[in-house]
Design a protein around this ligand. Structure first.
Ligand SMILES: Nc1ncnc2c1ncn2[C@@H]1O[C@H](COP(=O)(O)OP(=O)(O)OP(=O)(O)O)[C@@H](O)[C@H]1O
Length: 308
């Protein structure tokens, strides 16, 4: 006879696991920092799925948890709880040897400070060669370095040192360095933070080219307000959780349209934007009504509010 627990087990077996096919998976990710007895919950159960070959931006106010998330994905930091997987590797249970291999050849990084990405006494070409030499990938290294500089539009900078290059040229060489060991994912933390808007566009253009031509998955943390026009998807983080997504699509007339959505998590939680809730004085509880094609959200009426 089939029991209830058999049926439950069968239902779980037949349901695909959350983000089973995602290239980057964060499931209920928590990161708590403890300093001098004070706990800061930087990530509060963050869920995020990124498909292979996607180009996405992560935006959010200062302190919302963007850098914490990127540090976890880069293998520099280990989350307190939850699940984080990149290219099939489990970032919570990795051995230190796997972590080294992960950081050397599965992910590449680009930091905001141009000086942190490149060695000042090496030329552009030598900077791109270095990670390949350190990883023992010496075969065809010179050719690959030249091809990457060409792809990112900085072939003419190959023989010059960082001090002789503009900020935008340095960041494009930094992208070539990040791509040197053929990573599956590149992570960029405010790569245009020190650049003016024209130069920022060149750097975004180079990231887009790397993503399109090499198929590498790219995640960019940024404050740049124009970013949603540059990437396929922008994920907004608020208070350590994903709260909104902006999707970019091209209309039939060829116009680029960016549409913002709120994120509904797996248990049905939704973060309402603070300016919306403030505008209608919504606090603690709201009234929901299911309509034929939408759900209405109303402030609780005064009588209901006092009714604890
Ligand atoms: N090493 C740490 N020790 C203690 N608290 C930390 C640490 N790193 C981050 N935090 C705290 O965690 C929260 C999230 O910080 P995080 O740097 O991830 O935010 P962010 O969105 O990247 O901000 P910004 O845009 O200013 O870089 C903040 O409250 C921050 O003070």
């Amino acid at each position: 006879m089939t029991t209830l627990s058999d049926l439950e087990a069968q239902a779980v077996r037949n349901r695909p696991a959350f983000g089973e096919h995602a290239h980057i998976l964060c499931d209920n990710l928590v990161r708590i920092f403890k300093t001098e007895g004070v706990e800061v919950v930087a990530l509060q159960g963050l869920d995020l799925l990124i498909e292979k070959g996607e180009l996405i931006a992560i935006v959010g106010a200062s302190g919302s948890g963007k850098s914490t998330l990127l540090n976890v994905l880069s293998g520099l930091d280990v989350p307190t709880a939850g699940l984080a997987k990149v290219a099939g590797m489990d970032l919570l249970s990795m051995t230190s040897r796997d972590r080294l291999r992960y950081r050397r050849s599965v992910v590449g990084f680009i930091w905001q400070q141009t000086a942190r990405n490149l060695l000042p006494y090496l030329t552009g070409h030598e900077n791109v060669l270095l990670p390949m030499q350190l990883a023992g990938n010496k075969r065809d290294a010179r050719r690959r370095a030249a091809e990457l500089l060409e792809l990112l539009g900085v072939a003419d900078c190959a023989g010059r040192r960082p001090g002789e290059l503009s900020g935008g040229q340095q960041q494009r060489i930094a992208i070539a360095v990040a791509l040197a060991n053929q990573p599956e994912v590149i992570l960029a933390d405010e790569p245009t933070g020190e650049l003016d808007s024209d130069t920022s566009e060149e750097v975004f253009g180079a990231l887009r080219r790397a993503n399109r031509e090499l198929g590498v998955t790219a995640v960019i943390v940024t404050h740049d307000p124009t970013v949603s026009e540059q990437v396929d998807r922008t994920v907004g983080i608020r208070d350590g959780r994903t709260s909104s997504e902006t999707l970019r699509r091209t209309s039939v007339d060829g116009d680029v349209i960016a549409e913002e959505y709120a994120v509904l998590d797996r248990v049905g939680r939704l973060q309402l934007p603070r300016d919306f809730t403030n505008a209608l004085d919504m606090e603690r509880r709201v009234r929901l009504e299911l309509e034929r094609d939408h759900i209405g959200v109303w402030p609780a009426t005064p009588g209901e509010e006092n009714n604890d």
